[in-house]
Design a protein around this ligand. Structure first.
Ligand code: SF4
Ligand code: SF4
Ligand code: SF4
Length: 246
């Protein structure tokens, strides 16, 4: 439980810092930068997400993302698991179109390629003007509403433009056989109490996954460890050992 308290505290700090960090996650800032051949802070954030996920899976989502804690708060209002199925494909459509726009912006842009990590910020701070606060609250609503309406971390499942970077990174890591952080299980000890499913912020069918595969390694697992910490029989644990993938 201690680990979950620390995780939630870190997430909360990340949310409080969101007015500072917002542009570093912005899908628009990277396009604006590319049009001027400038590699912005958001460019490096997304690159880092891709690289880190080869080793840590989607731990960023579980431990650092400001939108993550926002949605975990929404779960106090609507704790139903978000429906899976075709809606999950929306984020990949958004991502593909967005990446195409980035490439086009770069191709049409002019000038030598440069780096400006603090591009469009005020001394590194994203939200400093009233107009920016309108964008800030619009983003908060965009990320909060799906979870309030559809259930646990619905924005992560349906619309997040950053999730595909980590899914791709995770897959690359698996193809390259890089030891990757994930939740492993000893399913012989499982008593099917489903406490792991009750606490899973992504609303995943944890019990079914461990019964079928002996681990929780799927593209929607954010390595938060809530299932590990709630299991009364110590069935689950973090592991780096390579396992058969789902
Ligand atoms: S899926 Fe997107 S919104 Fe959800 S925690 Fe990960 S990065 Fe944040
Ligand atoms: S909490 Fe543990 S014992 Fe209960 S269903 Fe999940 S893995 Fe099995
Ligand atoms: S399966 Fe476990 S580690 Fe993965 S998201 Fe759910 S609670 Fe977190």
């Amino acid at each position: 439980m201690k680990r979950q308290s620390v995780r939630k505290l870190v997430l909360l700090v990340s949310l409080l810092l969101f007015p500072v960090t917002m542009w570093y996650f912005s899908p628009a800032i990277i396009i604006m930068g590319m049009a001027q051949h400038i590699l912005t802070g958001s460019f490096f954030t997304f690159l880092l997400m891709l690289i880190l996920s080869m080793f840590l899976g989607r731990s960023f989502c579980g431990y650092l993302c400001p939108a993550g804690v926002l949605q975990e708060c929404a779960a106090y209002v609507n704790s139903n698991p978000a429906k899976q199925g075709k809606r999950r494909a929306i984020k990949y459509v958004i991502w593909t179109i967005w990446i195409a726009v980035i490439v086009i912006a770069f191709a049409l842009g002019e000038g030598t390629v440069g780096v400006d990590v603090f591009y469009m910020t005020d001394h590194g701070v994203s939200v400093t003007e009233i107009a920016n606060y309108a964008v800030y609250y619009a983003v908060i609503l965009l990320l909060l509403l799906p979870s309030l309406i559809h259930g646990r971390r619905a924005a992560c499942h349906y619309i997040c433009w950053m999730a595909p970077f980590m899914v791709i990174g995770e897959k690359i890591g698996q193809i390259l056989h890089i030891p990757q952080l994930h939740v492993s299980a000893d399913n012989r000890k499982c008593i099917s109490c489903k406490k792991c499913e009750t606490v899973c912020p992504m609303g995943l069918k944890v019990e079914q996954m461990i019964k079928e595969n002996n681990h929780c390694q799927c593209i929607d697992c954010i390595q938060c460890g809530a299932c590990v910490d709630s299991c009364p029989k110590n069935v689950l644990s973090y592991s780096w050992k390579e396992e058969r993938r789902v």
